[in-house]
Design a protein around this ligand. Structure first.
Ligand code: CA
Length: 221
């Protein structure tokens, strides 16, 4: 699961963000002022930071500069429509993206996922909000920090579905991708998916591979 630090002092925005992000499967910490933000940032590992510009005690720009001294975690700034100058200053200081308040939930979630994936993508890893990470170069699969031990066939199936996130794949398509011209029993796929799910279930209750009745399987973004 990905962990997000929300740095925002307006309580109605905080409770909205907390609810939406948790609903999407993210872990969320909240800092109501800049000092708290830096304190939490130093104590924890975050996958992304949402940073308000106008924060008490230490403003967003000061926070961003401190964060950037330490590491490359993606930072999305939350700006008001009028803060055009600030936006530029923030991007110049190492912010990755910005979103203007009041924001649309869908846009915010899309930007969060894109920024997390971009950073992970640089490591050759395809990520998913459930905490699934498939490192196809090294044949390794993780749920959060835990590594799964998969058979070759299980790995190929999971990797194929994960590479095609949000596209429903039929049993035949999966067989074809994994075994090439081999047209075996399509329940080979079902058996392997069942085994993969059992292995994943040790680490998360979230559904990673979804069954689409009458069609096949999909990994949702
Ligand atoms: Ca504020």
């Amino acid at each position: 699961m990905y962990k997000i630090l929300v740095c925002e002092d307006e309580e109605n925005i905080v409770s909205f963000l907390e609810a939406e992000l948790r609903f999407e499967g993210f872990l969320v910490d909240v800092a109501g002022d800049g000092e708290k933000a830096i304190e939490l940032f130093k104590e924890n590992e975050y996958d992304l930071i949402l940073l308000d510009i106008m924060l008490p005690k230490k403003n967003g720009l000061e926070c961003l500069r401190e964060v950037r001294k330490i590491g490359g975690v993606p930072v999305i700034i939350l700006t008001a429509r009028k803060d055009v100058y600030d936006k530029v200053a923030f991007l110049n200081s190492g912010a990755d993206d910005y979103i203007t308040k009041p924001f649309e939930t869908l846009e915010l979630i899309a930007r969060i996922k894109r920024n997390i994936e971009r950073v992970s993508g640089m490591r050759g890893v395809k990520v998913n909000h459930t905490g699934l990470r498939v490192d196809s170069e090294n044949y390794r699969v993780f749920i959060g920090e835990a590594e799964l031990s998969l058979t070759k066939t299980e790995f190929e199936i999971l990797n194929y579905l994960n590479t095609n996130q949000d596209k429903v794949k039929t049993r035949d398509e999966i067989l074809n991708a994994v075994f090439g011209d081999f047209y075996g029993e399509s329940n080979v796929v079902d058996v392997n998916v069942k085994n993969i799910r059992a292995k994943i279930l040790k680490y998360t209750n979230q559904e990673v591979i979804t069954t689409v009745r009458g069609k096949g399987y999909v990994i949702r973004v």
